[in-house]
Design a protein around this ligand. Structure first.
Ligand SMILES: CSC[C@H]1O[C@@H](n2cnc3c(O)ncnc32)[C@H](O)[C@@H]1O
Ligand SMILES: [Zn+2]
Length: 428
């Protein structure tokens, strides 16, 4: 049994209040928030004065190994970027590239306070290995396309991956199915994905309605929006994490509401690819859980969730000329508890309460950016930097200690990813 005490810090509670409290961690769970019995003795104590203890950030949509393509293809629209640059480079990926690219992503995420990420990519055994070794929590999907020669293989591998890795790494890995998008997964293929989801009891992670072009093409081909098409096919009944949902109508939102679709909002990627602005205030008003994501590091170009949190709080205000939209408290909620809901882990992570997994970030408030401290949630949203991440705990284990990675060799990572990234984009 491991017993860890976080002493003398300020704790961000589920109701959005911040209060001075000690937090006791036993094995992988939060055992007490205050009211710690006198008899409870820690094996290790972290002194948290001038620190804010907050839930770990949840990155609800990324392609972790795309760190390999960071700074390779910028300032392009989505389909051009995918078809001319990314997909040809991805065709050269080997398993070890994905391992190292993912490990770099995990290192970057942990150091900036992310404790869970939802990933959709290839060579997912390698992703699971990196998750296992690093100590982070993840929701993993083997990306599937129905229009490539590997369409059937993707289904077979997804099933094998689910059976092997769902619940793996002390329960830190959850597996979903990952049909890429309606424009790469035609209806007949999606029906096979749905049958597989039914057979396995698996949830689904998919890109939906990211660009106006996607929606127009879908209307032309099927007479329905991507959301309406997914409803017709029966895909929305399987616990869906839908990335982007930028171009969704009021009717689409009503459909999503009916089927309890969860959204991964990626403001940085949507801005960089000029995909548009998702109607986040309307989706929140409809009661949809909207989490935040970075998308891959090639369309962001970093994996810093604090940036997404801030963008979410700023973008919708300026877009709708309304400073009341997505207030700081909502943005923090989207990055934590609602993110947990989006990835289907709302009963386990995303808030600091007894019995929840000990996935926590200890923020150092003793610096210029956090002074004066009128409102900690405002400071976290609008002022903080990833450099203020002091300690990160996942599943009760310290994975970042005083800004240093505990489980990952950073120098080795830099070498490997630099070599591999250059090889992948060398002229073909
Ligand atoms: C089939 S694995 C995932 C697949 O998605 C690609 N991808 C990366 N970013 C985006 C995005 O914003 N929209 C759609 N697809 C994206 C990635 O390169 C992989 O090929
Ligand atoms: Zn994506």
């Amino acid at each position: 049994m491991t017993k860890l005490l976080l002493k003398g810090g300020e704790v961000l509670l589920p109701n959005g209040q911040v209060k001075q409290a000690d937090v006791a961690i036993e094995n992988n769970v939060i055992a007490y928030v205050d009211d710690i019995p006198q008899t409870w003795q820690p094996e290790k104590t972290i002194h948290c004065s001038d620190k804010l203890i907050a839930p770990g950030l949840v990155n609800t949509h990324t392609h972790a190994a795309m760190t390999l393509f960071r700074s390779y293809a910028d300032d392009m629209a989505l389909m051009d970027w995918l078809q001319k640059k990314i997909w040809p480079a991805e065709a050269k990926l080997v398993a070890q590239d994905v391992y190292w690219g993912t490990m770099l992503a995990i290192a970057e995420m942990l150091k900036s306070g992310t404790t869970t990420f939802a990933d959709m990519y290839f060579f997912m055994d390698e992703v699971a290995k990196a998750v296992d070794q690093s100590g982070i929590r993840a929701v993993l999907s083997r990306g599937m396309s129905g229009v490539t020669p590997t369409a059937q293989q993707a289904l077979t591998e997804s099933e094998e991956f689910f059976r092997t890795f769902h619940g793996f790494a002390d329960g830190r890995i959850t597996v979903m199915l990952g049909p890429h998008a309606p424009y790469t997964c035609p209806p007949d293929y999606l029906k096979k994905v749905i049958s597989l989801a039914e057979k396995l009891g698996a949830q689904i992670h998919i890109h939906l309605s990211e660009t106006e072009g996607e929606v127009l093409d879908c209307l032309k081909a099927y007479g329905k929006s991507p959301i309406a098409l997914m409803e017709e096919l029966g895909l929305l009944g399987h616990g869906v994490l839908a990335a982007h949902c930028v171009h969704v109508s009021a009717e689409d939102i009503a459909i999503m509401q009916r089927h309890k679709v969860r959204v991964a909002h990626n403001p940085g990627s949507n801005m960089k690819l000029a995909s548009g602005v998702a109607p986040v205030p309307a989706m929140l008003a409809a009661g949809l859980p909207v989490g935040l994501g970075t998308d891959g590091a090639s369309s962001n170009n970093n994996l810093d969730m604090l940036e997404e949190l801030r963008l979410a709080a700023l973008l919708h205000k300026v877009h709708e000329l309304n400073p009341l939209l997505v207030p700081a408290k909502t943005a923090v909620d989207m990055a934590t508890a609602m993110g947990a809901q989006a990835v289907g882990l709302e009963d386990a992570i995303g808030s600091i309460q007894k019995g929840f997994k000990a996935d926590l970030v200890i923020w150092n408030m003793h610096n210029l950016r956090w002074c004066p401290r009128h409102d900690r949630i405002s400071l976290l949203t609008y002022s903080a930097s990833a450099q203020d991440v002091h300690t990160v705990i996942v599943n009760g284990h310290i994975v970042v200690d005083n800004q240093k990675l505990v489980t990952i060799d950073e120098e080795k990572l830099l070498f490997e990813v630099q070599q591999r990234g250059m090889r992948l984009v060398r002229d073909r």
